[in-house]
Design a protein around this ligand. Structure first.
Ligand code: FAD
Ligand code: DLZ
Ligand code: SF4
Length: 518
């Protein structure tokens, strides 16, 4: 008997481990385990999503004729860990071999690699081919470059997939990248209809009750839980995105509007990351809409770049850089994560709205994550490990393979520039250009110093000043340092004092939000 464990982010019928095996000689194993729900204290909605999606997927597998063992969290014999449950299943069925798709997180992959010795049975760890670029190819690409620039990887991926490519091997529209058309400030008015919601069915309602009972102390609310929890729901969301939002996705992908939580974004990341959708099917649907003339090229290209470019590059970088990536701290930042990341209580309108979206939806769109909350943490000198824990907890799409490189690399520059060519640091002016937050904020975005000055401004210059030795040599930082050099000594002293006053006033978060203490 062959045992095939399926992890909570592997909920795909075409999973590589399921191919070419005899269903009558195979047991599938899905496990709800406390260790996964609590190694960090995930947002309640993230736990509901994964457990409900696992339960729906188990039903789908049974419908396809598979024999499935499903271990529920409240099973009195549940050992609480993947390793414990695999051990129990091997004994239960007298299974003599294990087959599993490689894990998305380093810590789980290491546990799996220990199973052969621990249980004395052979294990086959199959590559996860839901990702378009095999890791071996990514490592070969990385070894051949001095700088690991996403754009060159992306072009290779376009050629690999043939997406938006013409017969003569040139990119559709004659250009690889339409990013310069994708930086428009937010549209006036509120033209969007709310994205499709998926109200909880019986299975989800049962999971919600379980999560409210066991994880009531975890961050976040469940009042508006409406995420897709099955492949068919995820495909509905994809279709809705393609008709309603994709046409303007490119143009407004960097914009932010207070109270408008999803704007033109797809909200597909939760479905993609737990397996309800594959990246290739999403890209093919996008290209087909473009070929039908329903979507402009800048939108289709911009979206496909996120999917086969950024998403795959980020995943490759995780496995290239781990395990060292977890501990990086280029700026030696030590400050505790401020309390407002959990409470949302701050006068900074941009931060308050981004945390509210995070709490209510286990979601924030890219620019809220990068240029509001991530930018603030880097400017304020927050310990990157605490920042990474926060992101891993609060977003329903967060798994270490995607969270770590985005947070520690892209947003905190804690890897010293392995992933990004310069820090994504911005003053209030950037947020003001890309959003309407500043209009309703008690701070004045135009001011650098004074009681009502926008905190991002002094923090931005103070960040450059504090980290001058590490950043000035970077060619892409030439311009901000040239501006800083033009400030008089009095102005510089005022900025430093303003930043210090503000940082001293920040309250650190109470322990225990992200991980159990003691
Ligand atoms: P859309 O804006 O509609 O984008 C489409 C898709 O492109 C996304 O669903 C996603 O699959 C992919 N994508 C776009 N950018 C990236 C990227 N940088 N990395 C990986 N995939 C990308 N994404 C996660 O899936 N999980 C995370 O834990 C996560 N943490 C992040 C932390 C920070 C600090 C930053 C700056 C970004 C992070 N991202 C993460 C990337 C991105 O913000 C989210 O993928 C996106 O906001 C999800 O919403 P969406 O599906 O509406 O995306
Ligand atoms: C995030 C998560 C949670 C909260 N619970 C489970 C679970 O009970 N069972 C499971 O199989 N997966 C869960 N997950 C997702 C896993 O953490 C994820 O599959 C691994 O981290 C991937 O390496
Ligand atoms: Fe954010 Fe500053 Fe604008 Fe207020 S003024 S919303 S703190 S950028």
């Amino acid at each position: 008997m062959l045992l095939i464990p399926i992890l909570g982010d592997q909920l795909t019928l075409e999973l590589a481990s399921l191919r070419g095996v005899d269903k009558s000689e195979t047991r599938l194993l899905l496990m709800e385990v406390m260790e996964e729900a609590t190694y960090v204290r995930h947002h309640k909605a993230k736990i509901v999503l994964i457990l409900s999606a696992m339960r729906h997927f188990a039903e789908e597998l049974r419908g396809e004729g598979w024999q499935v063992d499903y271990i529920r969290l409240d099973d009195p014999d549940n050992s609480g860990s993947f390793t414990g449950e695999v051990g129990r299943a091997l004994a239960r069925h007298g299974a003599d071999a294990i087959r599993i798709v490689g894990a998305g997180e380093w810590r789980v992959q290491k546990a799996i690699e220990g199973w052969a010795d621990r249980f004395g049975v052979p294990i086959e760890i199959v590559p996860d081919d839901r990702f378009i670029c095999p890791l071996t190819d990514f490592f070969a690409w990385a070894a051949s470059r001095r700088e690991l620039v996403m754009e060159s990887f992306y072009r290779q991926q376009r050629r690999r997939t043939g997406l938006l490519m013409e017969a003569d091997d040139t990119p559709t529209g004659g250009q690889w990248n339409f990013d310069k058309d994708n930086r428009a400030p937010p549209p006036k008015g509120r033209p969007l209809r709310e994205p499709q919601r998926f109200p909880p069915d019986d299975i989800t309602r049962e999971v919600i009750a379980l999560v409210e009972g066991r994880f009531s102390h975890h961050f976040g609310t469940l009042d508006s839980f409406a995420l897709p929890v099955s492949a068919s729901e995820a495909r509905e969301l994809l279709a809705d995105f393609i008709t309603e939002r994709l046409p303007r996705f490119g143009t407004y992908q960097d914009a932010m509007l207070e109270g408008v939580d999803f704007l033109y974004h797809s909200r597909l990341s939760t479905s993609l990351n737990c397996g309800l959708l594959t990246a290739i099917e999403v890209c093919e649907a996008t290209e087909a809409a473009y070929r039908r003339g329903e979507v402009p090229l800048n939108a289709a290209e911009g979206f496909i770049r996120q999917m086969i470019g950024w998403r795959e590059y980020i995943r490759g970088m995780y496995w290239l850089e781990m395990p060292g990536l977890s501990g990086v701290n280029y700026f030696a930042n030590q400050r505790d994560l401020p309390d407002f990341y959990w409470t949302g209580q701050t006068d900074m309108a941009c931060c308050a709205d981004s945390v509210r979206n995070t709490r209510d939806n286990a979601y924030a769109h890219h620019i809220q994550r990068l240029m509001v909350l991530g930018n603030f943490a880097m400017l304020a000198g927050i310990d990157p490990a605490q920042v990474a824990d926060w992101y891993l907890v609060v977003y329903a799409d967060a798994y270490e393979w995607v969270e770590h490189p985005n947070v520690l690399g892209m947003s905190q520059y804690a890897d010293g520039g392995r992933l990004g060519t310069k820090p994504y640091a911005g003053s209030g002016a950037y947020i003001n250009k890309m959003s309407n937050y500043c209009k309703g904020c008690r701070f004045d975005v135009k001011k650098r110093v004074g009681e009502d000055a926008c905190p991002f401004n002094a923090l931005y210059w103070d960040f450059l000043d504090r980290n001058e030795k590490k950043l000035r040599a970077n060619r892409r930082m030439w311009q901000p340092y040239a501006t800083w050099d033009r400030f008089g000594e009095d102005t510089k002293a005022d900025v430093r004092a303003q930043a210090k006053r503000f940082l001293d006033s920040l309250e650190g978060a109470a322990p225990g939000w992200a991980r159990a203490t003691g």
